[in-house]
Design a protein around this ligand. Structure first.
Ligand SMILES: CC(C)(COP(=O)(O)OP(=O)(O)OC[C@H]1O[C@@H](n2cnc3c(N)ncnc32)[C@H](O)[C@@H]1OP(=O)(O)O)[C@@H](O)C(=O)NCCC(=O)NCCS
Length: 291
């Protein structure tokens, strides 16, 4: 069978929405990302077409000051999985990123997504960092807050200086926000600031945590995505409390909290974290493209 990989067009959207309707229990962001990818000059979405039918989709987005080809949204029609299409699309995205001058390709996936981890590994990407993410719903009913420390919003330039002085807070020097990541330097933080805001948490005038936050409108609901980089449990809780407030202010139904893995021990220790409808361990995978 001859498959054609070609750019996504607006006419493909209904078929892709149908193809992805059962992914992630019906909450697949790809259905809402398609229109954005078509408009975004940095996105290069492709589809696999077989005999006139669209059976695969993926996007590679130039980001982080065009240093990274970000591989995202790979989906293969359920009836055509395990035929090698995922592998073909992955290789295609790597070639695209290379031809656009990216220094590296990166992607984020859940470690438990065996197929996605295999695709990344077979293409030559290696995990460079892991984070945990958990979902918290029913935000308006949460009767808890933590005010031990001050949280203030800062811009990308200020954050660049803060991180330069507190490098241990950001593992591998890569800042994760939503399901994206940039190098935590001036270029990366400036480029990500078009999508996410930044905060620092201070205690006795010392920076004890850094966090990011943004609203994401998924197919089902408004979600507040917060990544918290704390220095200890109490700065995690102070920052988490701040983001609960921001989630409510921004009329979000759900808070998705991303953080370095060592803070998972708090899940059982802290009453407010005990109920988590969903949680995953995510990996940031990377492959350099420079010769
Ligand atoms: C992930 C996905 C894109 C894989 O596409 P695919 O076309 O089925 O993948 P391929 O046929 O190219 O398979 C590549 C390799 O992964 C393996 N694989 C595929 N699905 C697998 C699964 N569910 N469990 C274990 N291995 C799997 C294949 O066996 C193959 O390895 P092999 O050649 O050594 O046997 C597809 O399963 C999908 O759309 N899933 C839902 C969305 C998703 O999870 N996307 C990735 C999120 S980041």
């Amino acid at each position: 069978m001859v498959d054609n990989i070609r750019p996504l067009s607006g006419d493909d959207i209904p078929a892709i929405i149908e193809m992805t309707e059962n992914v992630w229990g019906g909450n697949d962001y790809v259905s809402v990302a398609l229109e954005f990818w078509l408009k975004d000059p940095n996105s290069n979405p492709s589809v696999v077409e077989r005999q006139g039918e669209v059976i695969g989709v993926a996007n590679v987005r130039m980001m982080d000051g065009k240093r990274t080809g970000w591989m995202e949204g790979i989906r293969v029609h359920p009836e055509h999985r395990n035929e090698g299409l995922g592998r073909e699309l992955t290789a295609y995205m790597v070639r695209q990123a290379k031809s656009m001058g990216a220094k590296r390709v990166r992607l984020i996936t859940a470690f438990r997504n065996v197929a996605a981890v295999k695709l990344a590994g077979d293409a030559g990407l290696r995990p460079i960092l892991s984070m945990n993410a958990f979902w918290k719903g029913g935000l308006s009913e949460i009767n808890w807050s933590n005010n031990e420390g001050d949280v203030s919003r800062i811009d990308a330039e200020e954050l660049t200086d803060v991180i330069a002085d507190h490098q241990a807070l950001i593992p591998e020097g890569v800042l994760v926000y939503h399901w994206d990541a940039v190098d935590a330097d001036a270029t990366g933080l400036e480029s990500a600031s078009s999508e996410t805001d930044y905060w620092i948490t201070q205690r006795d005038e010392e920076v004890v945590a850094i966090s990011t936050g943004l609203v994401f409108v998924s197919p089902r609901e408004r979600e507040w995505f917060a990544t918290v980089y704390p220095s200890d449990s109490s700065s995690f809780l102070r920052s988490f409390s701040h983001h609960l407030g921001l989630a409510l202010e921004n009329e979000c139904d759900t808070l998705v909290s991303i953080h370095p893995p060592r803070y998972t021990s708090l899940y059982e220790e802290e009453e407010v974290l005990k109920e988590r409808p969903h949680e995953i361990e995510i990996g940031l995978f990377e492959m350099g493209l420079e010769d």
